[in-house]
Design a binder for this molecule. Structure first.
Ligand SMILES: NC(=O)C1=CN([C@@H]2O[C@H](COP(=O)(O)OP(=O)(O)OC[C@H]3O[C@@H](n4cnc5c(N)ncnc54)[C@H](OP(=O)(O)O)[C@@H]3O)[C@@H](O)[C@H]2O)C=CC1
Ligand SMILES: Nc1nc(=O)c2c([nH]1)NC[C@@H]1CN(c3ccc(C(=O)N[C@@H](CCC(=O)O)C(=O)O)cc3)C=[N+]21
Length: 299
């Protein structure tokens, strides 16, 4: 029997995208500016292709321009860097996303460092990462930004709550910890060297799992009534032969018995990532054009 409230990330994301679309339309009307997002996909990893397609559709649906660049997985680093430099100079491009992971011959740090920080809608550039760590304005990584929106909507006041972030990647775990700290949570970051992970998790009022291990977080690791945000996207074998299904990093059925609220996979954090990518593209476009956000804007 499920006890926890199921957090509707998909519904929240749809709503957010509707508000973004209205602001894009207003921006075109008032300033004649149309936000443009360039997505660069290297190779033909099927999962990445699905994300890129979904992002492209969502971009167009929000009234923004979408530019897709597909490169073969044999491409050399210099060619990819040259493409990013061209996108940096292109005035129609307000946001640049280079889909990760990249093939072995390419150093992701070099490519990310090439992106103009003002167009870095993933928030992965050291300048944006440093700004977030110092509490300065910048572009915030989409997945943690989306998690914070769901948390504020679910919990309300986060001040003083104990938060546990499981995972310390530069894409999810570290920026998530910075945002929770900025919201006055007491933050612990756990990783593969953490001792007695279950006990650390059990102390948390807010548990964010971004570990990439299918259903690793068990129901008895959860503090009763806690809010659980499951970032994990893991494809595992399904019930039927040859079929796969998506699961998170949390054992949903077990956790839902104990938690106060929990995000599902799919339909939780994933759709928020895409909505926040559009939000960051809108924010980047405004800043590049020196246009202030309206008072009622989301960000
Ligand atoms: N919903 C969305 O929009 C998105 C979902 N994701 C998903 O989120 C998950 C995490 O992604 P990402 O941050 O990129 O992953 P990474 O692989 O970069 O990082 C995983 C982190 O988990 C830690 N870890 C791994 N195994 C264990 C373990 N057994 N016990 C404790 N800690 C462990 C690692 O620790 P250490 O540092 O010590 O190695 C590392 O810090 C994945 O499932 C990914 O698919 C990612 C991005 C967006
Ligand atoms: N530079 C870069 N930026 C990223 O943000 C980035 C990336 N590289 N590489 C891959 C990861 C993963 N990621 C997801 C985005 C949306 C869903 C999503 O929409 N998921 C849906 C459905 C997914 C499905 O059904 O296949 C859901 O969870 O409900 C998932 C995962 C962004 N990533």
């Amino acid at each position: 029997m499920t006890k926890a409230r199921i957090i509707d990330g998909k519904g929240f994301a749809l709503d957010l995208r509707t508000r973004i679309a209205a602001q894009v339309a207003a921006l075109k009307e008032s300033h004649g500016v149309e936000p443009g997002l360039a997505v660069v996909l290297v190779g033909n990893d099927p999962a990445s292709q699905v994300y890129v397609r979904n992002k492209g559709q969502a971009t167009l649906a929000a009234g923004m321009q979408s530019f897709e660049h597909k490169l073969p997985d044999t491409v050399d680093q210099a060619t990819l860097v040259a493409l990013v430099e061209r996108l940096n100079r292109d005035p129609a491009v307000n946001g640049i996303l280079v889909q990760l992971p990249l093939p072995r011959q390419i150093d992701p740090a070099v490519v990310i460092a090439t992106i103009d920080p003002a167009k870095d809608v993933d928030g992965f550039h050291v300048e944006n990462a440093g700004r977030l760590a110092l509490g300065l304005p910048g572009l915030v990584p989409c997945t943690p930004l989306g998690c914070m929106m769901l948390l504020r909507d679910t919990v309300g006041d986060l001040r003083g709550l104990r938060a546990l972030v499981l995972g310390r990647s530069g894409i999810v775990g570290k920026p998530m910890a910075s945002l929770l700290l900025a919201a006055d949570c007491t933050v612990t970051v756990a990783h593969s060297r953490t001792r007695d992970l279950a006990a650390e998790c059990r102390r948390a009022d807010i548990l964010v799992a971004a570990v990439g291990r299918p259903e690793m977080v068990r129901g008895d690791w959860i503090k009763p009534g806690a809010t659980v945000i499951d970032v994990g996207i893991n494809r595992v074998a399904g019930a039927a032969e040859g079929k796969t299904r998506l699961v998170g990093d949390v054992d949903f059925a077990g956790a839902a018995e104990v938690a106060g609220a929990i995000t599902p996979v799919p339909g939780g954090v994933g759709p928020m990532t895409i909505a926040c990518l559009l939000l960051n593209t809108l924010t980047a476009t405004r800043r590049q054009n020196g246009i202030a956000a309206p008072d009622d804007a989301e960000a």
